[in-house]
Design a protein around this ligand. Structure first.
Ligand SMILES: Nc1ncnc2c1ncn2[C@@H]1O[C@H](COP(=O)(O)OP(=O)(O)O)[C@@H](O)[C@H]1O
Ligand SMILES: [Mg+2]
Length: 355
C-alpha cells in the first residue's frame, strides 16, 4: 500500500498543491516557512483527521478560506482507493471510496501514518496522555475490537463522572462501575499484550539508534496492588472531592527506562528524540510483522536537535525499513540519506516536482 497521489487545497499556506508520490522515498525541501511541515501535516490529516502540531483544527484552514480539503489516492497491489478529508471551522468530514466514513478511525486503518518531527521528544518529556495514545495506537491496529471497548470505557467513565458532579451519590455512581471495570480490565489486558510485543522490538531499535538498553513498563492507572474494582472503592472519597474518577486505565502510563533508570528528565533533548524514535520505529516493526500492512512515515526536519552521528543512525534505521517515507529538509541533501528519491521543492506554499 502506498499513497500515490495527494491533492491539497486551502491547507495552511498551501493554496493548491498536487503531488505524485514515490511509493518508497520522497524528499521535500525548501526554505523556512515555505510549507514543508504543512505538507506532512496534510498527509497526517488525511490519516487521522487531526494535526500533529495543534489541537485546533481551525488553524489548518488557510486564512481567508472557508475550508481545507486533502484528497489522497492509495494503491494496494492493483486496487485503488480514494480518501478525502474536509474541514471547515465548524465540522470535519471524511470519505473513503467516495462514501462518508462511519468513524474517523476508519481513515487510520486505511492509511496508517506515523510521524517523527521536532516535537517527538514530548513523548518522553510530557505527561502520560501522549504515551497512552502511542500505546493505544498500536493496540488499535493489532486488535480490531479495541476501539469499541475503549468507547464503552469512555462512556461509562463520563457517566460515572457526571454522577460524581451531579449527586455525589455512591449508588448512582456504582451503577456505572460494572461496565467501567469490565471495559477497563479489557483495556489493561490489551495494553499488556501490546507491551509484550513492543518490548523486544523497541529494545532492538534503541540498541540500533543509541546503543542503549531500553525497557518499557505499563502502569495500570490504579496502583500496583489490587484490582481496578478495589481501587475504585478506595478512591471514592477522593473522587467525590475532585468530582471525577481518579483511578483507571485513563490514568495509565508507560514508563520508559533507559539504562535501567527512568528516562524522563534525565536524558538530553537529542537522546529524547532518539529514544522516542526507537519507540516509534519499534511499533512500526511490530505492526509490519503482525499485520503486514504497509505504513507511511513522515519525518519532519530530522536534523533538528541531532548531531551528525545521531542523524546518521536515525537515517540508516529509517532507510532500512520497508515503508513509504516522506521527509523534509531545508536543502536537497540530508546527512545519512542516500539513494534515489522523488524530490519536491516548496517555495511560498507552492509545491513543484524536481526533475
Ligand atoms: N491557516 C493558515 N493560513 C495561511 N498561512 C498559514 C496558516 N497557518 C500557517 N501558515 C503559514 O504557513 C507558513 C509555512 O509553515 P510551515 O509549513 O511550518 O513551513 P516550513 O515547515 O516549510 O518551515 C508559515 O509562514 C505560516 O505563517
Ligand atoms: Mg517546518
Amino acid at each position: 500500500m502506498a499513497l500515490e497521489n495527494l491533492k491539497i487545497q486551502g491547507f495552511r499556506c498551501l493554496t493548491n498543491a498536487e503531488l505524485e508520490l514515490d511509493p518508497a522515498r520522497n524528499l521535500i525541501s525548501g526554505p523556512n516557512a515555505s510549507g514543508k511541515t504543512s505538507l506532512l501535516e496534510a498527509v497526517f490529516f488525511l490519516s487521522r483527521a487531526r494535526s500533529f502540531r495543534t489541537a485546533y483544527l481551525e488553524q489548518l484552514v488557510q486564512d481567508g478560506a472557508g475550508e481545507c480539503v486533502v484528497v489522497g489516492r492509495i494503491r494496494d497491489v492493483s486496487r485503488e482507493t480514494s480518501l478525502g478529508v474536509r474541514c471547515s471551522r465548524s465540522k470535519t468530514e471524511a470519505r473513503i471510496g467516495g462514501e462518508p466514513v462511519k468513524s474517523l478511525a476508519d481513515l487510520a486503518q486505511a492509511l496508517p501514518v506515523q510521524v517523527i518531527d521536532p516535537g517527538i521528544h514530548k513523548l518522553l518529556e510530557e505527561g502520560p496522555a501522549r504515551r497512552r495514545r502511542f500505546l493505544d495506537w498500536g493496540v488499535f491496529h493489532m486488535e480490531p475490537g479495541f476501539l469499541e471497548i475503549w468507547r464503552r470505557y469512555q462512556k461509562a467513565l463520563r457517566q460515572r463522572n457526571a454522577a460524581l458532579r451531579q449527586s455525589g451519590d455512591r449508588k448512582t455512581a456504582k451503577a456505572w462501575e460494572i461496565e467501567l471495570v469490565e471495559a477497563g480490565n479489557l483495556i489493561q489486558e490489551a495494553r499488556e499484550r501490546q507491551i509484550k510485543a513492543l518490548q523486544p522490538a523497541v529494545a532492538s531499535c534503541a540498541e540500533e539508534l543509541l546503543g542503549a538498553s531500553l525497557e518499557l513498563e505499563l502502569r495500570t492507572g490504579w496502583g500496583k496492588d489490587g484490582s481496578f474494582q478495589d481501587a475504585l472503592e478506595k478512591s471514592w472519597t477522593r473522587d467525590r472531592q475532585y468530582q471525577a474518577t481518579q483511578v483507571g486505565p485513563h490514568r495509565a502510563d508507560l514508563t520508559i527506562r533507559f539504562f535501567g533508570k527512568g528516562a524522563k528528565n534525565r536524558v538530553s533533548r537529542g537522546q529524547q528524540k532518539m529514544l522516542a524514535s526507537a519507540l516509534l520505529l519499534g511499533q512500526l516493526d511490530v505492526l509490519k510483522n503482525a499485520l503486514s500492512t504497509d505504513q507511511i512515515l513522515l519525518v519532519d526536519d530530522p536534523a533538528a536537535e541531532l548531531d551528525q552521528a545521531y542523524l546518521q543512525r536515525l537515517m540508516a534505521a529509517i532507510q532500512k525499513r520497508d515503508l513509504q517515507l516522506l521527509i523534509t529538509a531545508l536543502g536537497p541533501e540530508v546527512t545519512g540519506l542516500s539513494g534515489d528519491f522523488a524530490r519536491f521543492h516548496v517555495e511560498q506554499g507552492k509545491v513543484s516536482k524536481v526533475v
